[in-house]
Design a protein around this ligand. Structure first.
Ligand code: CDP
Ligand code: CA
Length: 406
């Protein structure tokens, strides 16, 4: 902000000058190109006091399905979905601020799983949409985000929104994000032991709000909920799946259906003759996670914030309220998994994958990360009406790098 504005503010208290208050508003646009959908986050900030950090005032959020990776062979059509979301920003941001409002898109696991060629073609088309818009297009405005940033930025968002990154006495909380194609775990280690026992590539130093945080973070590609379904069915990373039938004891016995993911069509069904139910299903999903993830001792007893598919499946099975969220223990997911898997006909109207999803979440938490049965999970979708997504952390980082603030 220029000296002129500061001079102006020093003379006129902002609450007596609404025009001035408006002049201190600015925006940031962040796209989340996830494996199952594309979302726009338009954040509004207000610089109330030139001496202090600007305040986050609100967020406009919209999403579309499917995600960009579903347009692997039609990159222009994929970019069209981004354009439609960007048109919302044209309405939301006052015209005189368009040129000063940065727009960025970061893609996650869906694009990481595509071939380099197809992913780049999609990103190029999106970049063109941005260039044709009236907004500020920074360098590297369209990219595939590194998995470690995905975890760190979500951690920043949650701890910022819960007030843990300001003032003394910071009690940060760890975060668990379960996407469609990848899953992230992030926390601030408290014990020297954890730092010693952790592989180097799980630790990242990150600077934000004038503090440096040495975080434990990892993104497991292929361990998102939908990728895990394919892994359980034995269909993940298969070169050709043409017409092949994939069966699982986690699915209703008589089921036979098709499923589209990442531009591929899969045929799947239940164990017509064989077993179904929690026991055989849990053994199936266990194979997907067992021995594949790093288990830091420190997390066993500490509570975590959990969102995305942890939240959605907890809502689907009435473990929490959609609006309120809630606190669960790891064993609540296991109890629900047993209930659903052993009564699949009763849950027929819900997704046929409900049993598999709950069994996988249980196995991921217990056998994957090594959480205890009574580890507490704070299920949260929004804090103060702002989405708990990595996009807010990414926007802070963006504004900081543009010298706009933070
Ligand atoms: N702003 C958002 C974005 C995604 N999600 C959830 O994230 C999950 C899908 O993950 P995703 O499409 O981002 O997949 P990844 O690319 O992260 O693997 C679903 O449970 C969505 O409801 C959310 O809760 N809020
Ligand atoms: Ca995601």
């Amino acid at each position: 902000h220029s000296n002129r504005e500061m001079w102006f503010q020093n003379f006129l208290p902002p609450n007596m000058c609404p025009i001035n208050a408006k002049a201190n508003t600015f925006y940031g646009i962040m796209f989340d190109a996830g494996s199952t959908g594309t979302r726009i986050h338009i954040y509004t900030f207000v610089q109330k006091n030139p001496e202090k950090l600007p305040e986050l005032e609100g967020e406009i959020f919209e999403s579309v399905k499917p995600g960009l990776s579903a347009y692997a062979d039609q990159p222009e059509k994929g970019a069209e979905t981004v354009k439609r979301l960007l048109d919302m920003a044209i309405d939301a941001v006052p015209p005189h601020l368009w040129k000063k409002t940065p727009v960025v898109l970061k893609a996650t696991a869906g694009l990481r799983l595509l071939s380099e060629e197809k992913a780049q073609a999609l990103l190029l088309e999106v970049k063109e949409v941005f260039e044709e818009s009236p907004f500020l297009v920074p360098e590297d405005s369209v990219s595939i985000m590194d998995g470690s940033y995905e975890g760190i930025l979500a951690w920043i968002t949650v701890n910022f929104l819960t007030g843990q990154l300001s003032g003394q006495n910071q009690h940060t909380v760890g975060t668990l994000d379960l996407g469609g194609a990848s899953t992230q775990i992030t926390f601030l280690p408290r014990f020297e032991e954890t730092l010693k026992e952790t592989p180097g590539d799980f630790l990242t130093s990150f600077e934000m709000f004038n503090s440096t945080y040495k975080l434990y973070t990892h993104s497991y590609l292929g361990f998102g909920l939908k990728a895990a379904r394919l892994a359980t069915l034995g269909a993940l990373n298969m070169e050709a799946v043409d017409g092949q039938m994939f069966r699982s004891s986690c699915l209703p016995k008589q089921l036979e259906a098709e499923w589209h993911f990442g531009g591929v069509t899969y045929r799947y069904g239940g164990n017509k003759e064989g077993e179904t139910g929690f026991k055989p299903c849990y053994l199936e999903v266990l194979k997907v996670v067992k021995g594949k993830l790093h288990q830091p001792d420190e997390i066993r007893g500490s509570s975590f914030y959990a969102f995305s598919y942890y939240y959605d499946r907890a809502v689907d099975t009435n473990l929490i309220d959609y609006e309120q969220g809630g606190v669960l223990e790891v064993k609540d997911f296991e109890r629900k998994a047993k209930e659903v898997c052993d009564n699949m006909q009763r849950y027929n109207s819900a997704s046929p994958f409900l049993c598999m999803d709950l069994a996988y979440i249980t196995a991921l938490l217990k056998e994957g990360f090594g959480f205890r049965d009574n580890t507490l999970l704070q299920l949260t979708k929004k804090v103060n009406n702002i989405e708990t997504s990595w996009t807010l952390g990414a926007t802070f980082h963006l504004l900081q790098s543009l010298g706009m603030t933070y």
